[in-house]
Ligand binder design. Structure first.
Ligand SMILES: [Zn+2]
Length: 237
């Protein structure tokens, strides 16, 4: 069952209503959602589902379902069961999601300061990291922090653009991430553009203007195997 992914059009939606379309051992599927399911290195959203009678169901995590573009809302254990067809009010754990959006967008900016193939990445609410295939001697925490924050200070609005699979195939330089290829098969690929800074395929949630990030600090840089150099950052302040 496909879920309408409301966060793709508007990452700032904190609440919505939706109908239950399936309940199974993994969790609850809805006809539409504001919950981002874990993917592309970004953790899944948490929040609440509110029944018409006021009962609240805590959603601990959101994961991709079996069908493309489907989302499974994973409730905490011992939560009341919901019924197929029932209408629910969705409430996102917004401070957590906003932190994820800031850190996620910050990684896009940082990937233009450290120019090297990206071999992995992860975004959690308190910190985020990118792994690069690069010589350790080329990584300097103060430099990365300073350059990334200088780009953030430009205060550029981000844009979502869609291109066809064929257009992406013709521009392989857009794909910086070696470990995560953009999803294919639907015929089109979503890109995040930060004008003058970055353009790359991404299905995640981003802030509308990079100024919202404020600034980042580099927590650490360390070697993770022969080819991997990990740069971990957090929001400053
Ligand atoms: Zn992204």
């Amino acid at each position: 069952m496909t879920t309408e992914l409301l966060f793709r059009e508007d990452a700032y939606l904190r609440t919505a209503t939706a109908r239950v379309v399936a309940v199974h051992e993994r969790g609850i599927e809805l006809d539409r959602t504001i919950f981002y399911p874990q993917g592309g290195g970004q953790v899944g959203d948490s929040g609440q589902l509110v029944r018409a009678n006021g009962e609240r169901i805590r959603v601990a995590d959101a994961r991709k379902g079996e069908a493309p573009d489907s989302v499974v809302h994973v409730p905490d254990a011992s939560m009341p069961r919901v019924d197929v067809g029932e209408m629910l009010t969705l409430e996102l754990d917004w401070p957590r999601r906003l932190a994820l959006m800031k850190l996620h967008t910050a990684l896009h900016v940082m990937s233009c300061v450290v120019v090297a193939p990206v071999t992995g990445g992860n975004i959690s609410p308190d910190k985020a990291r990118l792994d690069f295939d690069i010589d350790m001697r080329l990584l300097d925490a103060a430099h990365i922090e300073c350059e990334t924050n200088a780009l953030i200070a430009r205060g550029v609005a981000t844009e979502t653009v869609w291109i066809s699979d064929a257009e992406l195939d013709a521009r392989p330089e857009l794909v910086k991430t070696m470990s995560v290829q953009p999803p294919r098969g639907s015929g089109k690929v979503r890109l995040l553009r930060i004008p003058g800074i970055d353009l790359q395929p991404c299905g995640g949630t981003h802030v509308a203007n990079i100024a919202e990030i404020g600034a980042i600090r580099v927590l650490k840089i360390r070697s993770e195997g022969r080819r991997n150099r990990r740069v971990e950052v957090a929001l400053a302040g």
